[in-house]
Design a protein around this ligand. Structure first.
Ligand code: NAD
Length: 301
């Protein structure tokens, strides 16, 4: 029987509806979520991603801002911009669009972001919290992957899951999130021997490799949930994932398409992280209010 296709657009739509309601509640308290994206240089793919993020923030009625720095901006200049945003109370989320030009050390730049505004979840404090199972900003793509798996209604706990790819952005956090939900997770990568033996025993497969149509039907257990993270451009200009959609859909139970699957969720999760940050700003203000009540001025009156 052919797999049920997981509709990323529909899951993202539900998320945006929830974000709109949370935004309205914040507005009533005088808070407008603020997201600032910084882009360095002219990378065309990055320009497109940044434009989509800005458009979505503005569509939600937020303060969406893009700061464009020239290709030859120094690491210090970039960090100075970030530090100013860290101190700006109207900014809830700061995102540095990756990749950065080669002369800039990405890890050092990400460290400049206030972890409380790190809505991409790449700051080592947030990675560490995720590792320790503490509340943190979770990187957007793996967070979206979890929502898509949940949308199938398939129980994660106790299942065998295989994540292919161990990047900091997708594979490793997906491994941690699945593990936190009590799946038995195997993290496979370019040096894994007999990859198909692992994937064939998996109830959930997450493919984040960057190789077109790499995962084929013979690698999939009948009925498995298959999440295709890959975005690959074929020579004819068409987009395709890391999973051979046509063959795998005949074996899997649930499968994400490319486009229309994980890609739809990444920006939605960025917006969700930003609204969480704006809510934390509100809670912080409340705490300050409480503190002023407790500072003795009331008792003196
Ligand atoms: P990456 O290049 O950082 O990592 C790729 C991983 O694949 C590596 O860990 C490597 O070990 C593994 N790998 C490579 N060849 C392999 C093989 N033969 N067998 C098993 N594992 C192998 O890539 P990434 O940043 O994790 O992205 C992966 C894919 O996901 C890319 O196509 C990227 O465009 C896409 N992506 C999509 C989104 C989205 O929003 N949909 C977000 C991020 C990345």
């Amino acid at each position: 029987m052919a797999a049920q296709i997981i509709d990323g657009k529909e899951v993202a739509k539900i998320t945006y509806k929830q974000i709109k309601a949370r935004t309205a509640a914040l507005r009533e308290q005088g808070i407008i979520p603020g997201l600032t994206v910084i882009i360095v240089g002219e990378n065309p793919a990055s320009q497109t991603y940044v434009a989509s993020k800005e458009k979505r923030a503005l569509k939600l009625g937020w303060n969406g801002q893009v700061i464009r720095l020239p290709e030859n901006a120094t690491q210090q200049e970039l960090c100075e911009v970030i530090k100013t945003l860290n101190l700006d109370d109207s900014v809830d989320g700061i995102l540095v669009q990756l990749p950065l030009p080669k002369h800039i050390n990405e890890l050092e730049v990400l460290k400049c972001i206030d972890p409380e505004k790190d809505v991409d979840g790449f700051h080592i404090v947030n990675s560490g919290k995720l590792f320790a199972g503490l509340e943190s900003f979770v990187p957007c793509t793996p967070k979206g992957i979890m929502k898509l798996i949940d949308s199938t209604g398939v129980e994660i706990e106790g299942k065998n899951a295989v994540v292919i790819g161990r990047s900091l952005i997708v594979g490793k956090p997906a491994f941690l999130l699945l593990s936190a939900r009590n799946a038995t997770v195997t993290l496979c990568h370019s040096k894994t021997e007999n990859l198909a033996e692992f994937t064939r025993s998996a109830d959930i497969v997450v493919a984040a490799i960057g190789k077109p149509n790499f995962v084929t039907a013979d690698m999939i257990k009948p009925g498995a949930v298959v999440i295709d993270v890959g975005i690959n451009r074929l020579p004819d200009g068409q987009l395709c994932g890391d999973v051979d959609f046509e063959s795998v859909k005949e074996v899997a139970g649930h499968l994400t398409p490319v486009p229309g699957g994980v890609g739809q969720m990444t920006i939605a999760m960025l917006m969700e992280n930003t609204v969480i940050s704006a809510e934390a700003r509100l809670a912080g203000r409340d705490r300050k209010t409480d503190a002023s009540v407790l500072d003795g001025t009331r008792h003196k009156a």
